[in-house]
Design a protein. Structure first.
Length: 367
């Protein structure tokens, strides 16, 4: 299937700068992205930033959620999906071992704090990629690092994912360590000392946990971080295209779904992020990234919603706090999406668990 009319070049999709702005910013503040002013021009670009929804779109989203609630996962299967979570992730990585690594070139723009760790004079620094998958953060850091005292830990719920990391030719036990660990478990991993991490990377991970385990995850994150340490976070937002296109028998509980491959995913609201992180950490960023992606050939509109945040563990004597408002991001990276170019061949009526069109690469779960 030809995609030349809908897919931008690699150069087009490179992010040049972050365009975050506070919702209280003046209406004429610079956005730094492609804004859809004239609705008739919607199919002239591959994507539009800061996509705003009208009441009709909001109602459509609510209707889709209501439709899903009429046909949830049969109760006799719910506990099976929860019990087999690790096994299903293992199957996913076994199937997609050579397809899952993505170039997170947007990391440096969105999370520059990560790259302070790799500077030659940064000193002894510990970074931990939680839910590492194929090592999408670990390896770019190690490859670019000029810091001889940087050590990167990588952990995942899936033992197969950890083996993928260890089999990467860039894996060096002298510079990093990969191991199996459940973020929602009852304790921090024995491989890591308490309060030893400078930065924790939490990218499309929390959404895979059962909501009942979120508090355990927050406790573990707090125990892992040094005072003053930072969490960088990105995950799915409420009413994202991926949520609205789920068909019947995929809803496990409110906003929590199971994909066709048995892996689970939750779609967050910003208020939930504040509630989760705000009691323990200082919220330095709580951002919403809204993007309208279009298939110009098929005349299909696809709305993406991601959340992004930075949460810092207070120093001794400090108290955690949250910002008064959510930051709204407007990016200049065309169809980059969460991990790279978004497959614009997918329409909203394509089930989340259906196979991709012939010739289309396996999508990242982050997209």
């Amino acid at each position: 299937m030809k995609t030349t009319s809908t897919t931008p070049s690699a150069e087009d999709i490179r992010k040049r700068e972050s365009s975050s702005r506070d919702v209280n910013s003046p209406a004429d503040a610079p956005f730094g992205g492609r804004l859809l002013v004239d609705e008739s021009a919607v199919f002239e670009q591959n994507a539009w930033d800061h996509a705003t929804w009208g009441e009709e779109q909001e109602q459509h989203a609510r209707n889709e959620i209501a439709r899903q609630s009429l046909n949830p996962v049969p109760q006799e299967l719910v506990e099976t999906y929860h019990a087999e979570a690790a096994e299903n992730w293992n199957k996913f990585y076994a199937k997609n071992e050579n397809k899952f690594f993505k170039d997170r070139h947007w990391l440096r723009i969105e999370f520059p704090e990560l790259f302070h760790m790799i500077e030659a004079e940064a000193g002894e620094k510990n970074v931990m990629e939680i839910g590492c998958g194929a090592g999408n953060t670990m390896f770019p850091l190690l490859i670019e690092s000029k810091n001889p005292s940087l050590f990167v830990y990588a952990c995942d719920f899936s033992s197969t994912a950890v083996e993928v990391v260890k089999n990467n030719p860039e894996y060096d036990p002298k510079r990093g360590k990969a191991f199996v660990w459940d973020l929602g478990g009852d304790d921090i991993p024995p491989e890591v000392e308490p309060e030893s991490m400078d930065v924790l990377v939490l990218i499309f991970v929390l959404s895979a946990l059962h909501p009942d385990r979120w508090e355990h995850a927050m406790n573990n994150l707090y125990r892992l971080l040094k005072p003053g340490g930072l969490i960088v976070f990105r995950d799915y937002g409420r009413y994202d295209m991926a949520q609205l296109r789920f068909k019947k028998n995929r809803l496990l509980s409110d906003n929590f779904y199971v994909r066709g491959d048995g892996t689970r995913v939750y779609f967050f609201e910003s208020e939930e992020i504040v509630k989760l992180f705000g009691s323990r950490f200082t919220i330095e960023q709580n951002a919403v990234d809204r993007r309208l992606i279009v298939n110009r050939l098929r005349k299909v509109k696809m709305y993406r919603v991601w959340l992004q945040g930075k949460f810092r563990k207070p120093l001794a004597g400090q108290t955690p706090g949250a910002p008064s408002e959510t930051t709204v991001r407007t990016d200049d990276d065309v169809t980059e999406g969460a991990e790279g170019p978004v497959d614009t061949s997918l329409s909203l009526d394509t089930p989340s668990d259906s196979p991709l069109p012939s010739g289309t690469a396996t999508p990242s779960l982050e997209a």
